[in-house]
Design a protein around this ligand. Structure first.
Ligand code: UD1
Length: 414
């Protein structure tokens, strides 16, 4: 072959290779999960990203939660699959855990140079990974941004404020969030009201949740039991407070059994109190018609099924306030504040403070009014419609397309 033809052919191959690179190239997006509540937020976003050929979602698990019941079962039920990277950070003091996530995630980010880091919620892993992104000059998107309890004694409130202050794209679930962010001086151009991504997961899993055998295994009937969750340090770390709370719940449980899937933080403390009416449920038996029945942390689908048909939920969790709002299940939030005010103004949530006597009064009032029937007939808050992840991914793709990172530069990192 004449030499000029060789040169032309080589250049076609080079061009062909480049075109191929550009064609196959994707923006690399780190989707971070750490603790249980992150999983239901990141699952629909990751699934939606997998549908777009210009995105390469990479699932990074910090390992903040590591037990099968707190992590693996959620990955499986939400179709997240095995994480691409598990940093295996584990438990520790807040500062040690945060620092260790930063150290390990920092090394990964340094090696892999993602084009975007997506974090969700308010756990230690959320803040730690957002800080790494900010320091490595990699854009950060925060899902469930702007929620504020205005209580800086809650570790989650610190995590929310810090994460929002360093994030480049802020996805909000309700109107109060944008107000809070604007009040803190955040650029309005960064804020996007997209609705509630937890509701996407809920909508995805609800049919399976309604088929869950959990209720039958427990031996409870639709609308004839209460679900309890407690894990906030302020509620469970002091044994005197915890005893007073559980004794009030024992009184509530004289009318209906209380099902208590118990968080690891709470388990040893609550069991040490030796409250006679609080018993561990054994899967080979049905629960009694009264009393508090503890069980290991429930899987996502089993828990959703239990909440969906409960007479009432008593909780100090954030996400459960939203899930009960969507499902129309009466919820008593055993806290002095909530970062999710829409669950009160538009939902079925009541913020009742942390006085056990008040809890007893409020619970008896809910059960007496049979609010469960009434609360079925209302519309969920705006954009809590099962499509938040589509809106998020569309905004992410636009952001990346305009970010100045060229497709071929991204390809070099794949
Ligand atoms: C964390 C989040 C909280 C979230 C909760 C959901 C922060 C600050 N808090 O609280 O916002 O609502 O997760 O569950 O990030 N443990 C296990 N197995 C596990 C995980 C934890 O046994 O898989 C035990 C450990 O002993 C640990 C304790 O639970 O010390 C608390 O875990 P940690 O992740 O520190 O905080 P959570 O209370 O779970």
């Amino acid at each position: 072959m004449p030499s000029h033809q060789v040169r032309i052919r080589e250049s076609i191959l080079v061009v062909g290779h480049c075109v191929d690179c550009m064609y196959k190239s994707k923006f690399k997006v780190f989707n971070v999960v750490g603790a249980r509540p992150n999983m239901m937020k990141m699952a629909p976003i990751t699934a939606e990203m997998r549908r777009h050929s210009d995105l390469q979602p990479v699932l990074v698990h910090t390992g903040q939660h590591y037990d099968f019941a707190m992590s693996q079962v959620f990955l499986e039920q939400l179709n997240l699959g095995e994480p691409d990277h598990n940093l295996q950070v584990g438990s520790g003091t807040h500062h040690a855990q945060t620092a260790e996530v930063m150290r390990r995630f920092g090394e990964l980010v340094h090696a892999e140079r993602p084009d975007l880091i997506v974090v969700a919620g308010d756990v230690n892993s959320t803040m730690a990974c957002a800080l790494v992104g900010a320091k490595e000059l990699i854009p950060v998107a925060h899902v469930e941004s702007g929620l504020r309890s205005f209580d800086r004694t809650m570790p989650e409130e610190i995590n929310r404020v810090v994460t929002d202050s360093v994030s480049d794209i802020l996805f909000t679930t309700e109107a109060s969030a944008a107000e809070n962010l604007l009040h803190e001086g955040i650029d309005p151009g960064k804020i996007h009201f997209v609705g509630n991504v937890m509701v996407d997961s809920l909508v995805y899993a609800l049919a399976a949740a309604r088929r869950s055998p959990m209720r039958d295994q427990l031996g409870v009937r639709w609308g004839e039991y209460v679900v309890l969750t407690l894990h906030r340090p302020a509620n469970v770390d002091d044994p005197i407070r915890l005893r007073a709370t559980l004794e009030a719940i024992v009184k509530i449980s004289e009318d209906l059994p209380v099902i208590f899937p118990i968080h690891p933080r709470t388990a040893s403390r609550a069991l040490e109190l030796n409250i006679a009416q609080m018993q561990a449920w054994s899967p080979s038996e049905k629960v009694g018609s009264s009393g508090i029945w503890t069980m290991p942390p429930a899987s996502y689908i089993d828990f959703l099924g239990l909440v969906d048909s409960a007479a009432m939920v008593i909780t100090d969790s954030g996400g459960i306030q939203e899930e009960t709002t969507y499902l129309g299940v009466p919820c008593l939030t055993f806290r002095d504040n909530t970062e999710r005010p829409i669950t009160i103004t538009e939902g079925t949530n009541r913020l009742i403070g942390t006085n056990p006597q008040n809890l007893l009064r409020e619970a008896q009032a809910v059960l007496a009014r049979s609010l469960r029937q009434v609360s079925r007939n209302y519309t969920p808050p705006g954009l809590w419609d099962g499509h938040a992840s589509e809106r998020i991914v569309s905004i992410v793709r636009n952001y990346l397309a305009k970010s100045g990172i060229t497709v071929s530069a991204a390809a070099g990192r794949v």
